[in-house]
Ligand binder design. Structure first.
Ligand code: FAD
Length: 425
């Protein structure tokens, strides 16, 4: 286990083998959902639509959810925070009990969740979608205090991180350098850092055209790489320098006071704005409950999304490791439905239904310029593994295709509208 991750006692075999708490008939069973983001809100909404007799409770500390998707467009000045902020009234209207609190502990044997405010909620099935936690300390010098000077803006929370990064970009003089530190796999949203580079460039080209972007990467290759690099050359010539791990791009240390990003071989890059996207793990509650393994992510059955470490707890979203499926909002939404259907089936003594999962990751690269990657995945019968369906999916074609790029930017906007409606009603 990485040294910065807490070592908690894993749930013992007793928890795995424990007899389920008295399961009531599906008609009156209690489905508890922890985390009201892409996985959790999708699960709560779908549960009420598809299994209207389930009692659904959603626990989420934030009164409103700010999406990471389209946050990069806020950085570009193309969207406002209000455009990416969503409330829970639609879910309430659908009959979900929304509890504004934080899950502080899970007892998988008693099937209970203790909230930060002291309330204890009992469940027949639990769906946990807590997203990610930042592994503070995994990069030397990158502490919570450092994030106030070198924002990550990789967990939306109350929006403060994104707002801070946007303000720093606005305050930077023309001719400044924006430095990004990009982590190794796996991390939330594989194309996200490269969309961010593109949309910061879009802003700088308009507002501060003498500025530069230095992207220091802990990898040698990245999602939709050829498409991104074609677009950078065409739209932002000379503005973006991407440094691979092999070329000493891996940041290992940061100095927030000096705004320095230091690489593996000791090169110190002093920048004007530093966006550090640090190494990550499953959200805190998954670690504290012993659901994650020594990688910091939660292993699950790929058909039911039940945690390997505890019966009755379905874990979805970025917190899990599930074969080649990326940590995306699209996958969180797609797998949320399977987790709900599996939970409902289990309440009636049945097996998880047949499954197929989808992912489409759109990236905005500039004005009227979108690209995408599509994947289709299927688990094996036992849920032991999940694999991409052969000859499915694909990426946008390369080449000078302005109409294709314009349409993909529109499809991205339509996707954002439809997925947020599917989450929040
Ligand atoms: P989240 O959506 O983060 O939701 C987790 C929720 O759990 C949060 O609301 C949190 O407050 C709550 N929570 C945490 N701990 C507790 C607790 N103890 N008790 C109760 N609640 C708790 N994906 C795409 O598909 N398309 C995109 O274009 C895209 N763009 C992105 C751009 C950026 C810059 C980033 C950073 C990500 C992007 N993503 C995109 C990825 C997407 O945001 C995530 O994959 C998605 O949010 C994962 O859903 P989740 O439910 O696991 O986590």
């Amino acid at each position: 286990m990485p040294r910065d991750l807490p070592r908690r006692g894993l749930l013992g075999a007793a928890a795995v083998l424990a007899a389920p708490a008295a399961v009531r008939a599906q008609g009156s069973a209690r489905l508890l959902v922890v985390g009201g983001g892409f996985g959790g809100a999708s699960a709560a909404n779908f549960a009420r639509r598809a299994f209207p007799r389930l009692e659904v409770t959603l626990v989420e500390p934030q009164p409103r959810f700010i999406t990471c998707p389209y946050g990069n467009r806020v950085l570009a000045g193309e969207r406002q925070m209000a455009d990416i902020t969503h409330g829970y009234d639609g879910l309430r209207a659908r009959g979900v009990r929304v509890v504004q609190d934080r899950a502080a502990g899970i007892d998988p044997v008693a099937r209970q969740v203790r909230l930060g405010g002291g309330e204890v909620l009992s469940y027949d099935r639990l769906i946990l979608s807590p997203g990610i936690a930042i592994r503070y300390g995994a990069l030397e010098g990158y502490t919570e205090a450092a994030a106030e000077r070198m924002p990550h803006a990789w967990i939306a929370g109350d929006g403060a991180q994104l707002t801070l990064l946007r303000r720093q970009l606005e305050e930077m003089p023309d001719g400044g350098v924006v430095g990004l530190a990009i982590p190794a796999n796996p991390f939330r949203c594989p194309p996200g850092p490269y969309e961010r580079i593109s949309l910061i460039a879009q802003y700088l080209r308009r507002a501060k055209p003498r500025s530069k972007i230095l992207a220091l990467d802990a990898k040698d290759a990245f999602s939709k790489q050829a498409l991104f690099q074609d677009a950078w050359a065409a739209l932002y010539p000379g503005m973006i320098e991407w440094v691979s791990a092999s070329n000493d791009g891996r940041v290992v240390r940061v100095d927030p006071a000096e705004r320095v990003l230091e690489t593996e071989f000791g090169t110190r890059h002093k920048v004007d704005v530093a966006n550090v996207i640090p190494p990550q793990s499953a959200g805190r509650i998954a670690l504290d409950s012993g659901l994650a393994d020594n990688t910091g992510w939660v292993p699950v059955n790929n058909r039911s999304f039940e945690a390997r470490a505890a019966a009755g707890i379905h874990v979805i979203g970025d917190a899990i490791v599930s074969g080649p499926m990326p940590k995306s909002g699209f996958v969180a939404n797609s797998t949320a439905k399977q987790a709900v259907a599996s939970a409902a089936a289990a309440l009636g003594g049945g097996a998880p239904p047949e499954a197929v999962y989808f992912n489409t990751c759109y990236s905005h690269v500039g004005e009227d310029y979108g690209i995408s990657v599509v994947n289709v995945f299927r688990p094996d019968a036992a849920g032991t593994a999940v694999a991409e369906v052969p000859n499915s999916g694909g990426v946008s074609p390369r080449g000078d295709l302005p109409e294709q790029r314009r349409l993909e930017a529109l499809y991205a906007d339509a996707w954002y509208g439809s997925i947020t409606r599917d989450m929040f009603g």
